[in-house]
Design a protein around this ligand. Structure first.
Ligand code: GDP
Ligand code: IMO
Ligand code: MG
Length: 429
């Protein structure tokens, strides 16, 4: 059985959730390996919409196991709320369907408070984070003062950590950020109560994966965010605090690199980004508004309007290299229907010089002018297409251009939000 990694190739919201849900049919387990509830993954199944922030997007399949890897930062309140919401729709989630790594880090109230206070203090220069405490939680992980899932089950350890951490956090909140300090006891009470509820799910995910691999089971590794939000490879500092690239599937789930067999890069047929940061192909005109409206481009986590622009293949080509992509899943192709002509960015120009990969310097990024290839658009609704041949010639030419420029074949083409609104060119697993 082959194992597959699904990653975003742009700035997130490419449609990873939909593709993961679809591919879950072909595997036995689905694992998330990084990020937290900054992610918002939307699935539409039998006309019903589900949005997951922490729970892997494979959860709607009763007979599949979902796992939350050590690479995540988990807000226990959000996780319990997602379990509860699923219960309301008749889907009961017990430990046989969901595991939480004992090593995953826990988002604490002071992480959220610091995230929000820092953004407020930055004013206009803010990064536009989701305000969920993601960055501050990863900071504590790296500085070795974080709280891990296992600590929620060991009251003395949790108490010691929270009291110790609050000394420094309250100093920062009060004296530097001008925010309210936090009391330890209410935090301890609520986190221990949540720990009791989560205890049955907390386990060694790496060992569970090892057993699955020995039993020849197929595993799907679900990425969150996108390659250009990567803390190392993204548009730093306008990035998230984890590594959404495919390599993290190993460290963030606890398996070795030889276990990854196919990496699918999700490419939205145009580009979007939420929050601040460079965006060379951004459209601040009526075409941008058209795409935003047709694509219903509002953040699934914060409800913010997503910035929209033409497809930037410099960004996608970087992602081919950074993730070792084997195939592409091209999503939201239907959103481009109705546009007379379409542009694809194939390179940048900086002061008259051509550049083929995204520069790290923000100054050079700001100077980048997009080099476009123009293609004719199509007018007919394509959401009913289930085979490539059923697409208009212009849509096929658009896909071909993406394949030619990235030198990677498309395995999946998505023509609507529904699970069934998909063209499978070739199953990647
Ligand atoms: P993710 O974060 O990568 O999982 O993406 P999001 O769920 O945040 O955003 C993608 C949005 O587009 C969701 O609302 C999906 O339901 C929707 N979507 C996914 N694929 C398609 C598609 O092919 N066409 C259209 N119109 N919508 C899609
Ligand atoms: P999914 O998994 C789009 C962006 C935020 C902000 C930056 C840093 O749904 O694709 P953070 O709260 O992570 O510190 O914010 O990263 N961001 C996302 N943008 N999709 C996401 O996830 C994102 N997760 C974080 O908007 O610009
Ligand atoms: Mg999203």
């Amino acid at each position: 059985m082959s194992n597959i990694v699904v990653v975003g190739t742009q700035w997130g919201d490419e449609g990873k959730g939909k593709v993961v849900d679809l591919l879950t049919a072909k595997v036995d387990l689905v694992v998330r390996f990084q990020g937290g509830n900054n992610a918002g993954h939307t699935l539409v199944v039998d006309g019903k919409q589900f949005i997951f922030h922490i729970i892997p997007s494979g959860i709607l399949y009763e007979d599949k196991k979902c796992l939350i890897g050590n690479g995540l930062v988990v807000d226990p309140e959000v996780l319990l709320e997602e379990i509860e919401n699923l219960k309301k729709t008749g889907i009961l989630i017990g430990p046989e369907r969901l595991s939480l790594s004992e090593k995953a880090h826990i988002i604490m109230p002071y992480h959220k408070a610091i995230d929000l206070a820092r953004e407020a203090a930055k004013g206009k220069a803010k990064l536009g984070t989701t305000g969920r405490g993601i960055g501050p939680c990863y900071e504590d992980k790296i500085s070795r003062s974080g709280v891990r899932a296992v600590d929620l089950t060991e009251p003395e350890i949790l108490e010691e950590k929270v009291r110790e951490n609050l000394k420094e956090k309250n100093f920062l909140l009060e004296k530097f950020l001008g925010a309210e300090p936090l009391e330890p006891q209410p935090i301890l009470d609520s986190y221990l109560a949540m720990g009791e509820k989560l205890a049955p799910f907390i386990t060694d995910v790496s060992v569970e994966l090892e057993q699955a691999l020995k039993a020849q089971k197929g595993i799907l590794f679900e990425g969150a965010q996108g390659t250009h939000l990567d803390i190392d490879h993204g548009t730093y500092p306008y990035v998230t605090s984890s590594n959404p690239v495919a390599g993290t599937a190993c460290s963030g789930a606890g398996i070795g690199p030889k276990q990854l067999h196919h990496v699918v890069g999700i490419v939205k047929a145009y580009t979007t980004r939420v929050g601040a940061g460079p965006f060379v192909t951004e459209l601040e005109d009526e075409t941008g508004d058209y795409i935003q409206e047709q694509g219903k481009e509002f953040g699934a986590t914060t409800g913010r309007r997503r910035r929209c622009g033409w497809l930037d293949l410099v960004v996608v080509r970087d992602s081919v290299r950074l993730n070792g992509l084997d195939s592409l899943a091209i999503t939201k192709l239907d959103v481009l229907t109705g546009l007379k002509s379409l542009k694809i960015c194939v390179g940048y120009e900086i002061d008259g010089e051509r550049v083929d990969s995204r520069p790290a310097s923000l100054k050079r990024m700001a100077a980048c002018k997009p080099l476009y290839e123009e293609l004719p658009g199509w007018q007919d609704n394509i959401s009913g297409a289930r085979e490539v041949d059923q697409l208009p010639e212009e849509a096929r030419a658009y896909i071909k251009a993406i394949e030619n420029i990235t030198e990677i074949p498309a395995s999946i083409i998505s023509v609507g939000p529904g699970r069934e609104e998909t063209i499978i060119v070739k199953y990647p697993c």
